[in-house]
Design a protein around this ligand. Structure first.
Ligand SMILES: NC(=O)C1=CN([C@@H]2O[C@H](COP(=O)(O)OP(=O)(O)OC[C@H]3O[C@@H](n4cnc5c(N)ncnc54)[C@H](O)[C@@H]3O)[C@@H](O)[C@H]2O)C=CC1
Ligand SMILES: O=C(O)[C@@H]1CCC=N1
Length: 260
């Protein structure tokens, strides 16, 4: 694999996770800039740059890790031509980034999620990208060290945001509600939370290891005349699946709105 020098503009949560992947891939030379210098100092061995343009000059591939509303002002500061950029900003299209960057810039858009921080991210790369084959292989190596990597066309990036980008929040809400319901029925809160978390983890592992569909696995838990079926009836009566679909619709719609 050809090795490139990565650079980071914005060193918050997501950048920290990606830098973790870079270190696991054995890459030690990297450049960072954050307007909050304390954030930069958290990365041992990274070269702290003085400005946005300084990172772009020093690095080969620059990860754009600022919030979407900050991205336009950051891109306008860039004067160096011909570099490769990887944007993780939700709802900002490649076309929009291209408009704001110097003409010869090459762009890849990806959508990660926060479990990247614990090596369990879901990362989706928009295809095709402007990056060279070598640069793409390098990026995939970094992200494979901290999660799974999928590829979709640009028209589906908002859908990816609705499922995996924002998805961790939906899962935390379900776990929180399950744990609190257990506590209502007398379980100590910490015990209930650990049981709920392990139930999620175990259920996910079952999906991965058995290759069964979610419907098949639901069927296996629901004994006829048993307990689970009573809970499932309440979910169905209250159209829980419809509510999840509605929530994802709202998330995807917001991502599309941000893209305009
Ligand atoms: N948090 C999440 O679940 C996900 C976030 N994203 C995207 O990741 C990007 C970063 O999000 P987080 O890491 O969560 O945000 P964060 O707030 O943790 O990090 C952003 C960093 O940018 C720095 N910054 C602000 N203005 C700057 C400037 N002018 N120049 C340089 N640095 C500047 C801030 O000091 C901060 O350290 C966003 O675009 C978001 O859409 C994508 C997928 C999931
Ligand atoms: O809520 C947001 O805008 C970001 C993008 C995906 C997850 N968090």
């Amino acid at each position: 694999m050809k090795v490139y020098k990565p650079g980071f503009i914005g060193c918050g949560n997501m950048a920290s996770a990606i830098i973790g992947g870079i270190k696991q891939a054995g890459i030690t030379e990297l450049y960072v800039f954050d307007k909050d210098m304390e954030k930069c100092r958290a990365f041992d061995g990274a070269t702290i740059c003085k400005s946005v343009d300084d990172v772009v000059k020093s690095a080969d591939i620059i990860f754009l890790c600022v919030k979407p509303n900050i991205l336009p002002e950051v891109l306008k500061e860039i004067t160096v031509e011909g570099k490769a950029f990887v944007s993780i900003a939700a709802g900002i299209t490649v076309e929009k980034i291209r408009e704001l960057l110097r003409p010869a810039a090459r762009i890849m858009r990806i959508m990660p999620n926060t479990p990247l921080l614990v090596g369990k991210g879901a990362i989706c790369i928009q295809m095709p990208t402007d990056l060279s084959e070598g640069e793409q292989i390098f990026i995939e190596e970094i992200f494979s060290a901290i999660g799974i990597v999928e590829h979709v066309g640009g028209n589906l990036m908002d859908s990816v945001t609705g499922v995996s980008g924002s998805g961790p929040a939906y899962v935390y809400m379900f776990i929180d509600a399950l744990a609190k319901a257990g506590a209502k029925h007398g379980l100590p809160e910490d015990v209930s939370l650990r049981l709920a978390v392990q139930t999620f983890e175990g259920a996910c592992e079952m999906l991965k290891q058995t290759g069964d569909t979610p419907s098949q696995l639901i069927h296996n838990v629901c004994s006829p005349g048993g307990t689970t079926i009573e809970a499932m009836k309440i979910f169905d009566m209250n159209e829980t699946r419809g509510i999840i679909e509605w929530a994802v619709d709202a998330c995807v719609a917001k991502s599309k709105e941000l893209s305009k």
